[in-house]
Design a protein around this ligand. Sequence first.
Ligand code: ZN
Length: 528
Amino acid sequence: MGSMRTVGSVLFLLLARSVAAGQQPQVDAKAYLVSLTIPDTGQVIQGKTSVVLRVAGADTVRLNLLDMQVDSVWRGNGFDAFILVPFHYDGRVLSVATGGRHVVELTIQYHGTPKDGLIIGPNLHGRRVAFGDNWPERARYWIPTLDHPSDKALVTFAVQVPRSWRLVANGMAHLPDRWDETHPIPTYTMVIGAGEFTVSKHRPVINGRDTIPISVWTYPEDSAFADSVPFRRATEIVETMQRLIGPFPYEKLAHVQSSTKFGGMENSSAIFYAEKPYVERKMREGVVRHETAHQWFGDAVTERDWPDVWLSEGFATYFDGVIAAALDGDSVLVNRMRSNAEDYFKSDVTDRPIVDSANAADPITLLNANSYPKGAWVLHTLRGLMGDSAFFRGLRSYYTTYRDSTATSADFEHVMEKVASADFGWFFHQWLYQPGYPQLDVTWQYDAGARRVVVGITQRQKPEWGLFRLPALTLEFRGADGATLRRDVAVASDRETVAYFNVPFAPAEVRVDPDSKLLLKVTAIGRR
Ligand SMILES: [Zn+2]
């Protein structure tokens, strides 16, 4: 597979041996300039990528690049003339000496057929198109990168495409074939889309003194449907997120029909959506809300490493529901959280924790019911614990603090703890690092003389899941005549909790968590 072009240097061969993933802590990519030619026919691309790197103590830069032919590597420091330098390339990693510099600019000329990452071929209408599709570590199939979410960078795309095509990419177009993203973004969202598009402009979003253009790029056949159904409220969705969280993080937002293999892919400021649901007229707004929310969470604030991917997917899943509730009423979120719970309960990952380092070798395996619906539940539960005002204040602080940077679950926890002046160690431990969820047996008995109900709650989940602390589990006592009374019980992280409530009537029924505020299952309920 691939080609090998080796410079006969013992030093480079030794260095190349220890190469593994895209993380190279002593090397920090600051900016990429990616020049590409997409051919009229065939799949062979010509590429020239310049990358500016800050180097702290490393004598070699190792870039991820899969199965390309590397033609030449030039090194400069931004001012000097570039010089042709030796390199080692094994078809996976390109190693180049830094020359002892702290700021290194490399220009790599290469060509080849991308095996993945940049998909060139016919769309569902039979017309040729080209789309980047990088998540999680597929940028390296067509761009030499430090291909890991911890290393965000600026990117400029200068792309020659066939006549009659239009080009879209991250950032703003200063020329039709050149797009600049002036915020650091993860390599997994650095993309181009090219083909014959109809572009419609939606009402822009006003952001202080800035105007954020919002556009919808579709294959001409699907344009009217896209504008009137899934993207009808594209502007309102952004406005809702701005009101709840903070300013839209980028220069523009383009919603692009594409050949991504995902239902939607949250590429920074240029979201790509699977083409088929447009063609079948089945696409709805939910995916637009989800991917738009990612612009704040995932793109602007990026998980530093894959085991924390819930910081991206859990947030986008939750804000899909939160935006819908803001636009259409609170019951939408309640229903959405119920279906999130059902999706999680019936999944095959309930024995794994959300932050699942053991499964991080292949990030695709983390696109599961832990990262998405259970991740959304972590936020919903935290909101219940903190109250709306503190919860959204915390999220705004988290966004402001980590925008254009990366964060871990611990970073998020610390921001929320600071805002609440509380220790949430137990909360994040049980929901992120413990598997499973509480399964409760609830028994009750009424003492008519004392006008008192005694309630016993037993945690029945398997021992490997551990015990859960639920500071406010709501119980609803319902009398035969329709009288109701609600009380919260604090369930400790013990197997058994017993609580007493003064109730002025004899309950005929007791309901547990009547508003579905918690992720739990009641396995049995009855009189003791
Ligand atoms: Zn997502």
